[in-house]
Design a binder for this molecule. Sequence first.
Ligand SMILES: Cc1cc2nc3c(=O)[nH]c(=O)nc-3n(C[C@H](O)[C@H](O)[C@H](O)COP(=O)(O)OP(=O)(O)OC[C@H]3O[C@@H](n4cnc5c(N)ncnc54)[C@H](O)[C@@H]3O)c2cc1C
Length: 402
Amino acid sequence: MDFSLSEKMDTIIGMIDEFVEKELIALEPEFLTRSFTELLPVLKQKQAMVKKMELWAPCHPQEYGGMELDLMEHALVSEALGRSPIGHYIFGCQAPDVGNIEILHMFGTQDQKAKYLRPLVEGEIRSCFSMTEVDLPGSNPVLMDTTAVSDGDDYVINGQKWYTSSADGSEFAIVMAKTNPEAGAYAQASMIIVPCDTPGFNLVRNIPVMGHSGDDYFSHAEILYQDCRVPKANLLGKEGHGFVIAQERLGPGRIHHCMRWIGICNRAFDLMCARARDRVISADGKTLATKQIIQSWIAECAAEIQAARLMVLHAAWRIEKEGAKAARKEISLIKFKVANVMQMVIDRALQVHGGLGMTDDTILSFFFRHERAARIYDGADEVHKVSVARKILDDYKDKGCG
Ligand SMILES: Cc1cc2nc3c(=O)[nH]c(=O)nc-3n(C[C@H](O)[C@H](O)[C@H](O)COP(=O)(O)OP(=O)(O)OC[C@H]3O[C@@H](n4cnc5c(N)ncnc54)[C@H](O)[C@@H]3O)c2cc1C
C-alpha cells in the first residue's frame, strides 16, 4: 500500500495550504465578528483569486468549469480546506451545493443543467436542500407531510420544512415532497426544483442555532411551502425516485464532510499544541506542555485523528473501487467515528486554552458551537451505529459461535 501523494496532489495541497493560511485564516477576526452578508464583497474577491489559480470547484466536472478531481483526491482537498470555516465556500465546493450539483449532473435534464447546474458550478448562484420537516423525524424521512400534488402541467407544493441550510440568498431549493402517497414507503417522494422567488416559497426565519441565527450562506432556514406552484419540468429524475436519488447523494458527501472534519481536527490540534508550548503556568517558567495530563491528551488526539483519517481515506478508496453501496458499512463507521473524534479534539483544544478558548478570539469556540451538529445531520450517531451493528450481526448469521 502506497501512502505517498502524487506530484499533482502535492502541488495542489501545497497551494491550498498556503492560500488558507494567508488569505482565509487571516480573515477570521472579521469572520467571527461581522455578518456573512457584510463580508460578501471580500469573500467574492477571494473566490476570484481561487479561480485565477485554477483551483475552483475541485470536485466538479471539467465540462462545467471544475477540476474533476476523483474522490480520493477531493478528500485530501477537503481536509486542507477544512482548516477554515469558509474554505469550501471560497473554493466552490461547499455543502449543500456540492450535493445538489451531483444530483443535477446525474439526473438533470439538459434544460435544468443549463439553467441551474452551470451557474451553480460557476458560483454565480447558490442552492439549498429542503427535506427535513419540523414535526416529523428527520432520521426516518419516509415520514413526510409535504406534498406535491399534480395539477395539469404543474406540481402544487404544501408543507413545512426546517434546517434548509443556506436557503437565505439561494436561487433555488431541491425539495423532497410526496408525489405518490399511495406507493410503497420508499417510492412516495420526489425531488423537485423550486426557485426561491416562487410565490408560496416563504422563508419564515433563519433558525437560531447555538445562539446564532446567521445569514446568507451561514444559516439554516425554516420554510413554509404554501400552494407553491412549479412546472413538472422541474422534477429531478423520475417521479417517486426521491429516495433513490438521495442515496446517490450521500456516499461521496459523507467523505467530503468527514475529511472537512479531519481538517478541523488538524487545526484545533495545532492550536492546542502551540498553546500548550506557549502557556507558562508556574513561576519557574514551566509551560502546560510539561504536564503529563496535557501530553496524554496530545498523544490521544494525535492517535485518534490519524486513525479517523485513515478510516475515511479507506472508505473513499472502497467507494471508488466498488461503489457507495458496497461501502455502506465503512461510510456509516466514519460518519459517527469522525464526528466524535472531532468533538473530542475541539473540546480538549478549547480546554487547554482555558478562558481564552471560550472567547471568539480564537476559532475554537466557533468550531465547538457549529460542529456539534455533525453528530446529528446526515444520519445521527445512533442511526449509523444501529445500521452498522445490524450489518455486522447479519454477517455472523451463518458463522455460528467461534
Ligand atoms: C446544522 C444542521 C444542518 C442541517 N441541514 C439540513 C439541510 O440542509 N437539509 C435538510 O433537509 N435537513 C438538514 N438538517 C436536518 C438533519 O438532517 C436532521 O436534523 C437529522 O436527520 C435528524 O432528524 P431530527 O432532527 O428530526 O431528529 P430525530 O429524527 O427526531 O432524532 C432525534 C434523535 O433520536 C435518536 N434516534 C433517531 N433515530 C434513531 C434510531 N433509529 N435508533 C436510535 N436512536 C435514534 C438520535 O439520537 C437522534 O439525534 C440539518 C440539521 C442540522 C443540525
